[in-house]
Design a protein around this ligand. Structure first.
Ligand code: ADP
Ligand code: ASP
Ligand code: MG
Length: 438
């Protein structure tokens, strides 16, 4: 079984949706197709929810009307027969009347997540209806029946595995399955999601849960590039990355992959391919266990919205157990730490989740003085930085010698150097590193 995930632009128009069959080729082998919402939909659903939260029913209604008009057009172009168009219109009415009905409800994060789920529910059902219309047999697998996260928002792979096994076990005469990316149920059984860009994560979790042969992530670019193509000119795709390298790049901002999506595939050793829907013959990027290249810098990524915290304490001097106490504060507030550097009298670390920052700051003040810098960016350079390869670290630092650096993290692994800089210097740092390293 293969898992094929198609992102928002890959299902972004009726024409594109129709072209997916060139890639899926249903007769060839069993496949689970994971679809994102049609491009732009989730953003608009977020805006609709914000309008409901703000109590601005008029704005919500206007946004709903605008989005619905787009879907009416979509349905008109996608289906050929009068019956197909009618079924499509009924589906649109059902979902949009449902979204509109929240105008009369108490609106909490629970309702927001239900609204955000409508995009993937729409795209998958539309595609399933389309396949049915043209006589291609497919089965819709409701992700809400098997995709599960726990109290810490972590996916529960054994649950996903057990449920998928039962579901698929009852459908052995089917070859082509369609399911929703991004959406799931949480520990309380409520509708939830795997955070923005989460359809990649869905694909990787399904791949891990059923021990698939391969996970293919089809998007609008020909693989993982060696720098952010939205910012730097002249980037190129990387043929092969290890799981570790890809995980590092995804976690530190390469938008092509959801930050956590490499881990399930890595744990169960399922190869992941990043491929371009617009150029299906291009080789893309293969992510697998092997493939590290000695003595090379592979790629650069950047993660915005970082907050740096420095705790300065004379008590750190020669004290054991100090770092444990600091980490326990972050653990109590379920706040992950990204980067860390220490000196004899101070420790600096970074977080991107600032929901509990003031509580964390208050508790850290028990240990010493605390300084906080917002609007920071982590730039992550991935490549061979192993102990036997010299010269690369100095080339990285040389490329940014004209920029103030807040933190440097080196030696944590063999394949990464991370720099913390002010967000306003990001573009210059990415370009300068690109010019000097490739
Ligand atoms: P999808 O909707 O298919 O999930 P995304 O927009 O989430 O697609 O991801 C693809 C986009 O990621 C590309 O269009 C590109 O602009 C951006 N991107 C950022 N960094 C990289 C990188 N290092 N390599 C490739 N694409 C990247
Ligand atoms: N539709 C969701 C989003 O826009 C999930 C995804 O596209 O992967 O974030
Ligand atoms: Mg994406």
């Amino acid at each position: 079984m293969k898992i094929l995930k198609f992102g928002g632009t890959s299902v972004g128009s009726p024409e594109r949706m129709k072209k997916l069959l060139d890639i899926i080729r249903p007769a060839e082998e069993k496949q689970i197709v994971v679809l994102s919402a049609v491009a732009g939909t989730t953003n608009t659903l977020v805006e609709i929810s914000q309008a409901f939260i703000a109590g601005d029913k008029r704005k919500a209604e206007a946004l709903i009307k605008g989005l619905r008009a787009k879907y009416d057009e979509f349905v008109d172009e996608l289906f050929l027969s009068a019956e197909g168009k009618e079924n499509g219109r009924e589906l649109i009415s059902y979902h949009f009347d449902f979204i509109q009905s929240f105008a009369n409800e108490l609106f909490t994060p629970i309702e927001e997540k239900i609204i955000l789920a409508q995009g993937e529910l729409l795209s998958t059902t539309l595609y399933h209806f389309y396949l049915t219309e043209i006589g291609v047999r497919s089965k819709l697998l409701p992700a809400l029946d098997f995709m599960k996260i726990d109290e810490d928002n972590e996916p529960v792979i054994p649950y996903i595995s057990d449920h998928l096994e039962v579901i698929l076990g009852g459908l052995t005469d089917h070859n082509l399955f369609i399911t929703q990316g991004y959406i799931c149920r949480n520990a309380f059984g409520e509708i939830d999601n795997l955070r923005r860009g989460g359809s990649d994560y869905t694909a990787s979790l399904i791949g891990a849960a059923i021990h698939a042969k391969e996970v293919q992530v089809w998007t609008d670019i020909d693989g993982m590039h060696n720098n952010d193509p939205r910012i730097v000119k002249g980037t190129y795709p990387i043929a092969h990355l290890t799981f570790d390298e890809a995980a590092e790049l995804a976690y530190f901002g390469a938008k092509i992959l959801h930050p956590q999506s490499v881990f399930p595939a890595q744990k169960y050793n399922i190869p992941v391919r990043l491929l371009n829907t617009m150029e299906p013959k291009a080789p893309g990027t293969l992510i697998s266990k092997d493939g590290a290249i000695k003595g090379e810098v592979r790629s650069i990524a950047a993660k915005d919205g970082i907050t740096a915290i420095r705790i300065h304490s004379s008590r750190m001097l020669l004290a054991f157990g100090f770092l444990r106490k600091v980490f326990e504060v972050f653990e109590r507030y379920k706040t992950p730490i990204d980067m860390i550097t220490t000196s004899e009298v101070a420790v600096s670390l970074t977080v991107d989740d600032t929901r509990f920052l003031s509580d964390i700051e208050r508790e850290l003040k028990d240990f010493g003085s605390v300084e906080i810098d917002v609007n920071q960016t982590i730039v992550c350079v991935v490549g061979d930085f192993s102990i036997n390869t010299h010269g690369y670290a100095s080339r990285v630092l040389d490329a940014v010698k004209h920029i103030p650096i807040r933190m440097i993290s080196y030696g944590g692994s063999d394949f990464n150097i991370s720099l913390l800089i002010d967000a306003e210097n990001k573009v210059e740092v990415l370009r300068s590193l690109h010019n000097r390293l490739f």
